[in-house]
Design a protein around this ligand. Structure first.
Ligand code: DGL
Length: 271
């Protein structure tokens, strides 16, 4: 691996701001890496779209990130991972990809009650990836699911503690809690931004699993494998691209607890 590649950025994408929960974990774990982040906010949410459509958006975004020198692509979106990860790996055979997979395995290992819950979008539940993790790792536990309709939109609006957000999470969790849930998997990268509310509703006997730290370790592992880990000592930079509104995203970043990363507005489908 030449030193130029080592200093290339990590490309991260999501339908919106959800993948920033993964970016946060990558920065905590790999602080010297530069990151370019693509938020497809003109087309968020992805969750109710067809798998074909999500696949084509994901391919377009991968082209965009590769054109800006990304040395690895992190699909920081469960929905895009479910719909497109294996397709992307086939279409870009020379590019390393790290994707999201619902953390059903650790949940099944950690539950005491034998009841785990998964919150994710409809497309994530439809994808083959989800069926396969449940089949492989959760045959001995009860797995409850909920799609939290409207929650991604509320988080994109910055309504982390709003009335509608309360309603959506209350109705999603009430039924699961009634069945003895003690472990909850966040199968959508937007949801870690409402962990305080989830904990308030679910109570402290429910363990909430955010896979972002494990994904950050996986990114490091893949970079080491291809010898592309940054060797610089200075703090890495973050550049954000959005197909949505730049000013709105800037104020949302502050709400979500991020510094003022530079944001560039782009057209959807632009490469
Ligand atoms: N962050 C995406 C995920 O992890 C959001 C889904 C959406 O856009 O509906 O699934």
């Amino acid at each position: 691996m030449d030193s130029q590649r080592k200093n290339s950025p990590i490309g991260v994408f999501d339908s919106g701001v959800g993948g920033l929960s993964v970016l946060r974990a990558i920065r905590a774990h790999l602080p010297n890496e530069d990151i370019i982040y693509y938020a497809d906010q003109a087309r968020v949410p992805y969750g109710a779209r067809s798998l074909d459509e999500i696949r084509s958006f994901s391919e377009e975004i991968t082209d965009f990130l590769l054109a800006r020198g990304a040395k690895i692509i992190v699909v920081a979106c469960n929905t895009a991972s479910a719909a497109a990860l294996s397709y992307l790996r086939k279409t870009f055979p020379d590019t390393p990809f790290v994707g999201m997979e619902p953390a059903v395995k650790p949940a099944a290992e950690q539950t005491n009650s034998g009841v785990v819950g998964v919150l994710a979008t409809p497309a994530t539940f439809q994808g083959r990836l989800y069926a396969s993790v449940v089949e492989r790792f959760a045959s001995d536990v009860i797995v409850l699911q909920n799609t939290c309709a409207g929650l991604v939109e509320e988080i994109e609006r910055g309504a982390l503690d709003g009335e509608k957000t309360h309603q959506i999470l209350n109705s999603a969790l009430r039924n699961m809690l009634g069945h003895g849930l003690d472990t909850l998997v966040l199968g959508c990268t937007h949801y870690p931004f409402v962990i305080p509310l989830i904990e308030e509703i679910a109570g402290n006997h429910v363990r909430v699993i955010d896979p972002a730290p494990a994904v950050a370790k996986q990114v490091e592992y893949r970079l080491e494998t291809i010898r592309a880990k940054s060797k610089v000592d200075n703090e890495g930079t973050v550049q954000i691209y959005t197909t949505g509104n730049v000013e709105k995203l800037a104020s949302l970043l502050t709400k979500l607890g991020f510094e003022n990363f530079p944001i560039t507005g782009i057209k959807k489908g632009q490469v």
